[in-house]
Design a protein around this ligand. Structure first.
Ligand code: PGA
Length: 230
């Protein structure tokens, strides 16, 4: 099965000219590009093979929600995937499991493919990480009973680079074990995220249970990203 590669640009780049250039450089089948909201339209128009994703969405179709972007608005721009529950939104924006659950339910109902991110902030042991992820998933998936369009990203918070060179990717064997564990709970595609680069991507791809990767920092450098695609 081809692997799914999500390019999560976070709050980068600085303008739409740079966003279009980067999108064109990494426009490949099997790649989902998730630019910041202001560049969604321009990126959507400039890609031919990749699929458009958003980094978040509000749970309502429309209405009095200042500053929020609705499901219908994303749909009108051709967005197919939405990333939900990313740890940076949980940490910096205070997103709770309850709120994420609401978003997951409504986005799935509206026909989006949902990339739900889960993962522990500290790894004391793999078994404690498993029980954390199990509880987080339970809370985020309350009331969800159709899993067809759900993709889960196992993204341990400590492994996300966030520009900090001390952060490192998970051991691919541990990541693969966690992916198997998640698949026992929910029968969906499960991908890995956290400091994936052109150099280490292969060590994750070689585990057949890992269905793809969510890439932050390395998706902003087209050379690095192409190395990964290769
Ligand atoms: P990273 O980010 O690849 O820079 O570690 C991954 C993510 O947070 O989506």
């Amino acid at each position: 099965m081809p692997k799914l590669i999500i390019a999560n640009w976070k709050s980068n780049p600085d303008n739409s000219r740079q966003a279009i250039a980067l999108a064109k450089a990494i426009d490949r089948k099997g790649v989902v590009i998730a630019p910041p909201y202001p560049f969604l339209e321009a990126v959507g128009k400039s890609i031919k093979k990749a699929t458009l994703g958003a980094q978040d969405v509000f749970w309502a179709d429309s209405g009095p929600y200042t500053g929020e972007v609705s499901l219908k608005q994303l749909k009108s721009l051709g967005v197919k995937y939405v990333i939900l529950g990313h740890s940076e939104r949980r940490i910096y924006l205070g997103e709770t499991d309850d709120l994420i659950n609401k978003k997951v339910k409504t986005a799935l109902k509206s026909g989006f493919k949902v990339i739900l991110c889960v993962g522990e902030s500290k790894r004391k042991s793999l078994s404690s990480a498993k029980s954390f992820v199990k509880n987080q998933l339970r809370r985020n998936l309350i009331g969800v009973n159709r899993f067809k369009n759900l993709i889960i990203t196992y993204e341990p918070v400590w492994s996300i680079s966030g520009g900090d060179p001390r952060h490192r990717a998970d051991n691919p064997k541990d990541a693969a074990e966690m992916v198997r564990f998640i698949k026992q709970m929910v029968r969906v595609k499960v991908i890995y995220g956290g400091s994936v680069t052109g150099n280490n991507a292969k060590s994750f791809f070689k585990h057949k249970e890992i269905d793809g990767v969510l890439v932050g920092g390395a998706s902003l450098n087209s050379q690095e990203f192409k190395k990964m695609l290769k």
